[in-house]
Design a protein around this ligand. Structure first.
Ligand SMILES: CC(C)(COP(=O)(O)OP(=O)(O)OC[C@H]1O[C@@H](n2cnc3c(N)ncnc32)[C@H](O)[C@@H]1OP(=O)(O)O)[C@@H](O)C(=O)NCCC(=O)NCCS
Length: 434
């Protein structure tokens, strides 16, 4: 457990010293003080290339995100010194691991540096400061999702879950999956917000790669965030089983192609289901929607059953991208938090330029799939970076694949048993951006 109050964890002294050398100040923000928080939110929004927030949107953002720990880098010489030139926010969430267990994780978000102050080491100071803060708090894992895949490897992060973006020609794909007997109902936006939270809350607890959601996320997803643009276009449908219990929810937006009324595009913003019936019924509803010729479905799992529920797999174009990036901070804590598919014993030599995970560890997995991990001075069976270990943690990336890419060193027999132990039946999936 995380022993200390993470929301008010103090500034990291080394990061503060690094930015002070350039005349900048590193501060943890009081999110209850709108005079400080509002300019912060405006700077972060500008950093991500969006327009200025309205008063209503600011109030919504204060309410939706205020639970997190916000750090700002300030330039006292700036024309408007109330706006930070660097932003990052973090909070403790639970990351699902194989075996249906979770581990507390330091989620990092909102990393931005003002375009006037880039490439001077501000992001490096913030990221390293965040990782040291997390480690000080006793957290064994950090995670983030990224705007660019080139930024975070240098800090020890590496992809552990992948997402797929689907573009489906409805007239060609044709539903061939089951036709469950439960019912579908439209839900209003407030109801949608609450159902999303309920179903996701139940599903994520056992899904490797998923994290806890936060109320502001479901407000935005359901079109109920204050001042949200295009909120009225959001549609929501739920699937209820024979007992009337909601088992899945889909959220989508329709747009008109312009000339031909039969060629609407349906963008599936979210689909969460806790039973195969709910999954099939909601996807069938989406694919068989009249007057829709194309369905766009971003950020689906890397292993969607949908592929096997359509007549023509080439009616769907699927692009895969890395999505959930992890960074192990405490090797024995993380490796013993998950369960394994096969018994085994491995000495892992983990390299970590930032020091947190560096060392040799003996991982011993018993017949029940539970493990113990201890420091070891035996010769290593497997040598890998903290990045590679973070990628294989959830079972979605195989060490043998990374070895073929030159990122893991081990003899083939050792790799095969390592892969067998780390394998999971469920493909890890993170369904959210954070
Ligand atoms: C990405 C961003 C935060 C970097 O901030 P910065 O203060 O310029 O970064 P730093 O000067 O601390 O650079 C740290 C290192 O990252 C590298 N780097 C920075 N931005 C990079 C990018 N976009 N792609 C690849 N490398 C990048 C630097 O070259 C430097 O490398 P090194 O220290 O290993 O030599 C900033 O460009 C930004 O705000 N971008 C827009 C918002 C965004 O995309 N944020 C990331 C959200 S996930």
């Amino acid at each position: 457990m995380v022993a200390r109050d993470w929301k008010n964890a103090p500034t990291d002294p080394a990061a503060a010293a690094a930015v002070a050398a350039n005349g900048l100040e590193y501060r943890v923000i009081d999110t209850a003080d709108a005079v400080v928080f509002d300019p912060y939110l405006q700077a972060e929004t500008r950093g991500f290339l969006s327009g200025e927030l309205s008063d209503e949107q600011l109030a919504g953002a204060r309410d939706g995100f205020g639970f997190r720990r916000f750090v700002g880098i300030y330039d006292p010489a700036a024309l408007d010194a109330s706006q930070p030139v660097g932003t990052v926010n973090s909070w403790v969430t639970e990351m699902g691991l194989p075996g249906g267990r979770g581990v507390p994780m330091w989620a990092i978000s909102g990393v931005s540096v003002a375009p006037t102050h880039r490439r001077k080491g501000i992001a490096r100071a913030m990221l390293e400061g965040e990782l040291r803060t997390a480690s000080e708090l006793g957290l064994s894992l950090a995670g983030l999702t990224v705007s660019e895949a080139t930024i975070y490897g240098r800090f020890g992060f590496s992809p552990a879950t992948f997402g797929t973006d689907w573009s489906i020609e409805t007239k060609r794909a044709i539903w061939t999956g089951p036709r469950p007997e439960g019912r579908l109902d439209f839900v209003d936006r407030e109801g949608l917000r609450d159902l999303l939270a309920d179903v996701h809350g139940r599903v994520r607890a056992t899904r490797p790669g998923e994290i806890e959601a936060w109320p502001g996320l479901w407000r935005r997803m359901s079109g109920t965030a204050p001042g949200q643009e295009n909120a009225r276009k959001v549609r929501g449908v739920r699937y209820a089983d024979a007992t009337g219990a909601t088992r899945g929810v889909a959220v989508y937006v329709l747009s008109d192609e312009g000339r031909d009324f039969t060629k609407h595009e349906l963008e599936l913003h979210y689909l969460v289901s806790e039973t195969p019936d709910a999954y099939a019924a909601l996807w069938r509803f989406i694919l068989e929607h009249d007057l829709v010729s194309v369905v766009k479905a971003p950020l689906r799992s890397a292993d969607e059953p949908l592929r096997w529920m359509i007549a023509d797999q080439r009616g769907a174009t699927v692009e895969t991208s890395e999505h959930g990036w992890l960074r192990i901070l405490d090797v024995p804590a993380v490796l013993t938090a998950r369960t394994y598919a096969a018994a085994g014993a491995f000495v892992l030599r983990v390299t970590d330029p930032l020091g947190f995970a560096d060392g040799s560890w003996r991982l011993e997995i018993d017949d029940t799939g539970n493990a113990i991990a201890t420091l070891s001075d035996a010769p290593p069976d497997i040598t890998l970076s903290v990045n590679a270990l973070s990628s294989v943690l959830l079972g979605g990336v195989r060490a043998s694949t990374l070895a073929a890419a030159g990122l893991v060193q081990a003899p083939p027999a050792g790799l095969a048993s390592f892969d067998a132990s780390f394998a999971t039946t469920e493909t890890p999936y993170l369904s959210l951006w954070y």
